[in-house]
Design a protein around this ligand. Structure first.
Ligand SMILES: CC(C)(COP(=O)(O)OP(=O)(O)OC[C@H]1O[C@@H](n2cnc3c(N)ncnc32)[C@H](O)[C@@H]1OP(=O)(O)O)[C@@H](O)C(=O)NCCC(=O)NCCS
Length: 194
């Protein structure tokens, strides 16, 4: 059998149905703190909101979405403009094939092009795959929140990972929305990974 071919592209609102289907099974676990799966309409609304500013990357196998990663604001106050939180979900049988790493590699390169200075991940423990993904991508665990959520009958702990991007020697320029980056350069990153 031939090796699957994976391609990476930016999400559109029309991906809502496929991506909601990837995400929904994880709502039945403690990996996400959401208690009910969002509807496809709600998922579409979330995609629309995010793609104006941040990368939202879909990985496809032979044209079928198998996973995605997106960035969103870490916190709402203005001085946090340069800090994002990452989310990444793969279809269950596509885990452990390097796709998490491939999505994060592209994501971090695009964030750097935008002028983002730090990327953060919050991982409900235990989640060895996510811990390993973050550590292997150069994130460092900067915090651990004990019993910060209650889901599926248990208090849950969350690890906080951070990766600094770029330099901190001077005041930053405003973040460039993903929609304002050179499309050819974005395409190259999605194709080649860096
Ligand atoms: C977490 C997730 C995105 C990781 O992506 P992935 O494609 O499975 O991981 P990769 O194959 O890219 O592996 C990345 C690293 O983690 C390690 N890893 C992956 N799965 C692992 C597992 N189950 N146990 C231990 N290590 C694991 C790999 O060996 C690799 O390490 P290396 O770079 O040192 O070789 C994916 O497993 C997933 O979608 N899980 C369910 C949803 C989820 O947990 N999302 C994150 C919420 S915080």
């Amino acid at each position: 059998m031939s090796e699957p071919t994976y391609t990476f592209r930016l999400a559109t609102p029309d991906d809502a149905e496929a991506l909601q289907a990837i995400y929904a099974p994880y709502v039945e676990t403690s990996i996400t703190f959401e208690l009910e799966a969002p509807s496809v309409e709600e998922f579409r609304r979330r995609i629309e909101e995010r793609i104006c500013i941040y990368p939202y990357i879909v990985v496809e196998e032979d044209g079928v979405p198998m996973g995605y990663a997106y960035a969103s604001r870490l916190f709402s106050r203005a001085a946090y403009d340069w800090a994002v939180e990452l989310s990444v979900y793969l279809s269950r049988d596509c885990r452990g094939r390097g796709l998490g790493r491939a999505l994060y590699t592209r994501m971090l390169t695009l964030l750097e092009m935008q002028g983002i200075r730090s990327a953060h991940g919050k991982v409900t423990e235990p989640n060895e795959a996510s811990d390993k993904l973050h550590l292997s991508m150069g994130f460092r665990r900067v915090g651990f929140m004990d019993n910060v959520g209650f889901k599926l009958g248990k208090w849950r702990d969350v690890g906080h990972y951070e990766k600094l991007i770029g330099d901190f020697d001077s005041a930053p320029d405003p973040v460039i929305p993903i929609t304002k980056l050179d499309p050819a350069k974005v395409e190259k990153v999605l194709r080649e990974g860096a």
